[in-house]
Design a protein around this ligand. Structure first.
Ligand code: ADP
Ligand code: MG
Length: 153
């Protein structure tokens, strides 16, 4: 498990930017865990900025998923907070999103989809500190190494 300290929102956005640069163009699945307000959506905004997405971004709290297309690569930002039953993922056709080549799916509240989501390549957890946030990562060790190497300045 790798730990990174994010002192403020700017750090969260910057770290998301590094993550985005690493993921760009790949088909991948990332889980984002952490309490409400921990910074999951902020991190995704950082990813989108980091890959050069210019438009506005909005939280998919009510829509479940928001797509962002850039250079033939798509980021699907999911927020499963409001689903009441994991089976809802079948209704929205989650497999088609996840199996799509040239698409990365970043999922907030993945535990709400338990049993209906495959193993992710990366799991990120955000936790409150008295000031800032602690980010921990598990999953693909090569990916984690690349990101943390670039984060250490
Ligand atoms: P979530 O999607 O996990 O519910 P949001 O990203 O919507 O959380 O909100 C996170 C809140 O915390 C925002 O107000 C954001 O400005 C703030 N924030 C993000 N990263 C940090 C950080 N590293 N330290 C302190 N505050 C942060
Ligand atoms: Mg959120």
């Amino acid at each position: 498990m790798t730990t990174v300290l994010l002192h403020d929102e700017t750090d969260t956005l910057a770290f998301g930017g590094l993550l985005g640069a690493e993921l760009k163009g790949r088909q991948t699945l990332v889980f984002l865990n952490g309490d409400l307000g921990a910074g999951k959506t902020t991190l995704v905004r950082g990813v989108l900025r980091g890959v050069g997405f210019q438009g506005s971004t909005k939280s998919p709290t009510y829509t479940l998923v928001e797509p962002y297309e850039l250079d033939g690569w798509v980021v699907y930002h999911f927020d499963l907070y409001r689903i009441s039953d994991p089976e809802e993922l079948e209704f929205i056709g989650v497999d088609e999103y996840l199996n799509q080549p040239n698409a990365a799916s970043l999922i907030e509240w993945p535990e709400r989809g338990a049993g209906w989501l495959p193993e992710p390549e990366l799991v990120i957890n955000l936790a409150y500190l008295s000031r800032g946030r602690e980010l921990t990562m598990t999953g693909d060790s090569e990916l984690i190494q690349h990101i943390t190497q670039r984060w250490e300045r």
